[in-house]
Design a protein. Sequence first.
Length: 250
Amino acid sequence: MTVPAGLPPAPDALAGKVVAITGATGGIGRAVALAAAAHGARLILVGRNVKKLTGLHMEISAAHGDVALMAPLDLEKAVANDYDRLADAVLEHYGRLDGLVHCAGQLGTLTPIEGYDVPTWCRVLHVNLTAAFALTQVLMPALRKSASASVIFTTSSVGREGRAFWGAYAVSKFAVEGLSQVLAAETSGSTAIRVNALNPGAVKTAMRRQAYPSEDLARLTEPAAVAAPYVALLSDACAGITGGSFNCQS
C-alpha cells in the first residue's frame, strides 16, 4: 500500500515540528531532511560523517535559517552514553520530539547464508536493527511529550518476502518490520505516538548501486521523489495511522 493520506503534503505540513533523522547525509535521509525543512520542521540531523553533516546543515540554514542541529553519531560504534547524550540534548533544546525517521542502514554483502561472513552479519544486524531499537528507546520520553508524534522505520521489499542471497540485510528488514509492529501495538491507544514502516522502493542511492552495480541508473527514482511519503507520515494528515507498512512508490 502507498501512504493513504496527505499526498502531496501541504507547504506547512510540518510547521513547528521537531524531527530527528538518522542517516541524514545519505541519499534518502538527506532528501527527507531537505523536504522536512522545506515543510517547516526543525531538524536533528543524525549521521556519522561530520563533514557531510556540516554541509547539509549549511545548505538547510541557507534556505530556511537556523532550523537544524547536527548530532554526530556512528551507529556502528556508539555506546549507551552516546545515545543518552543525544536524548538529553533533544529534551534540553526542544523539550519534545515530534518525529523520528530511521534512514541509516548498511547493506552488507549479497552472499548465500551458508557462506555469509559472521562479523559482517553482526554489523548489519546491529546498525539496521539494534541501533534503531536503542535510539528509539532512549528517545521515547521525548516522543511521549509530543502532542502528535510519528516514528518511521525505513524498510524494503526484501524484508517482506525472503529473497535468495540478501542475507543479513533482508533479515534485518524483516526484523525492522516486526519492531515497527510491536512498538505500534504498544503505543496505540495509550500514547500520541504512531509507528509505521515505509519502503522507498528502487531509488538512486549509493546502497542501491552497491547492490546492483550494472543497473541502468536512468531507470531509478531520485531520492527527492520519495521524500513526500515520509513528510506525509510525519504530518498530522496521517494522525491516527499506525502499525502500517507502506510503499513510497506504487
